[in-house]
Write a protein that binds this ligand. Structure first.
Ligand code: ADP
Ligand code: ZN
Length: 439
């Protein structure tokens, strides 16, 4: 058993499998009872004849109906609430670029529990009240802002709400305030380092940085290692989504062997996206989450569309909360090119193995003469001379070969100068699809 001070909530973090299951059954029954206050779930449960007493084991969650993003859209904005609006104190909403946005309501208790979950994650990776936490993520509707803010404050850290962008100012904060930990999207960390280089700042000597929380977008193990080496820090994968509150759903522990999903907050299932049946441990499927600790707007069997697999249910860190693999992407991130299924992360994994390449890349899909093609543009590292044909040509050839081995198609590979690709303030845009529509 590890030292108790390693855990923020030892009574919840160190539960045995049997204790986790017992708590889940109790909380799921209570959730079903509570969801009868939502017209949406009341109707569904009544149609299916579901009663809280039907839940005797965690696996009985399968008796319940799924909830989809479309359900949230169809019942926009407040149709899934299980409490009257006067009990709600905040809402978060998705961008809504593809139809009605989705809205999640929170009561004060929800916000407290959310802050507890984020604080627990940050404590787990070694952060303590003496740390200075800079949150370089967008604030506002994006949950990475307020989610980390309240979690870091709950832990007791001095918290700097730096928000996204303005890299020179970020670096000034880091050096002036003695920032020891940062939360940012992984694609932003490279930008931060680029500007530090331009300013002649060595993160190892001139800053106190030691821990990064990186998340909100898919990234590969190779990308994480890059980030760790670049800044001389430990970088931990942080997973969340607004429908499940936001950050704090799952986080890596110091073992860095997968994401611990907090099973006192969520019931985790991995299902085959076609048949919706559970897949065996180790096999990739769609992550389905049920909130069992939420008041304003519990969600039952929410289909996240994120693809991942179960790695284990025990861990050297002493926590038995289920460990899942880093996300492979969302099912809607998958590109189908000439009948082959490809995820951007497969391409990233290969690119990051080349020391000559930086971390930013862009995949463009086009139709030329009725053939679908993929172009991969990738930035080179500072100091790499793109006019040196004797170096560029064989390197491009080798990258192309390695990509072909991975994705079974031959992409066009283009090396571009550092900083040449468009940057976004939030999540990176990795794919642009300009193909003819009816393919
Ligand atoms: P939006 O749906 O507008 O992107 P969210 O911030 O709620 O807004 O996004 C949640 C999604 O972000 C998740 O469903 C997942 O696809 C992705 N995501 C979040 N954290 C990670 C992570 N650590 N690794 C991979 N993907 C992640
Ligand atoms: Zn662990």
């Amino acid at each position: 058993m590890l030292d108790q001070s390693e855990y923020l909530h030892p009574d919840k973090e160190c539960l045995s499998r049997e204790q986790i299951e017992a708590l889940q059954v109790e909380r799921l029954q209570a959730t079903i009872r509570h969801c009868m206050n939502s017209p949406f779930y009341k109707k569904k449960f009544e149609e299916m004849g579901i009663k809280p007493e039907d839940i005797k084991t965690t696996a009985d969650v399968r008796k319940l109906p799924f909830t989809t993003k479309q359900d949230l859209r169809d019942n926009y904005p407040f149709g899934l609430a299980s409490v009257p609006l006067e009990k709600c104190v905040r809402l978060h909403s998705s961008s809504g670029t593809t139809g009605n946005p989705t809205v999640i309501l929170h009561s004060q208790k929800d916000l407290d529990e959310w802050a507890n979950a984020v604080a627990r994650c940050l404590w787990m990776v070694g952060l303590r009240p003496s740390d200075v936490f800079q949150n370089s993520s967008g604030y506002g509707m994006f949950t990475g802002g307020l989610g980390f803010q309240y979690g870091a404050e709950r832990l007791g850290m001095l918290t700097v709400p730096a928000a996204a962008g303005n890299t020179l100012r970020q670096i000034k904060f880091i050096t002036d305030f003695g920032t020891t930990a940062i939360h940012a999207v992984p694609s932003y960390v490279t930008r931060l380092k680029e500007v530090m280089d331009q300013q002649g700042i060595d993160p190892r000597k001139d800053t106190k940085l030691k821990i990064l929380a990186i998340g909100a977008e898919p990234h590969s193990e190779e990308q994480r290692k890059r980030i760790e080496n670049m800044l001389g820090v430990k970088a931990y994968n942080s997973f969340g989504m607004s429908e499940m509150c936001g950050p704090g759903v799952a986080f890596e522990c110091k073992e860095q062997n997968g994401l611990h999903f907090w099973e006192d907050y969520y019931i985790v299932e991995i299902v085959d996206p076609e048949t919706l049946e559970p897949v065996p441990d180790g096999e990739i499927g769609e992550l389905v989450l049920t909130t069992i600790n939420r008041e304003a707007m519990p969600l039952i069997r929410y289909r996240t569309r994120d693809l991942t697999r179960v790695l284990g249910r025990t861990c050297a860190c002493g926590r038995n909360h289920i460990r899942l693999d880093r996300m492979k992407g969302r099912s809607d991130d998958m590109m189908v090119l000439r009948g082959v299924n490809i995820f951007p992360i497969q391409i990233e994994k290969i690119l990051m193995q080349f020391n000559e390449l930086s971390t930013d890349y862009l995949i463009t899909l086009t139709t030329d003469n009725d053939n679908d093609n993929m172009t991969v543009e990738v930035e080179v590292v500072a100091g790499f001379d793109l006019t040196d044909v004797a170096r560029v040509q064989p390197l491009t050839k080798e990258i192309t070969r390695r990509l072909k081995d991975e994705i079974l198609l031959t992409p066009r590979v283009k090396l571009v100068p550092l900083g040449a690709l468009p940057k976004s303030e939030g999540k990176a845009v990795r794919v642009k699809d300009f193909r003819k529509v009816y393919q």
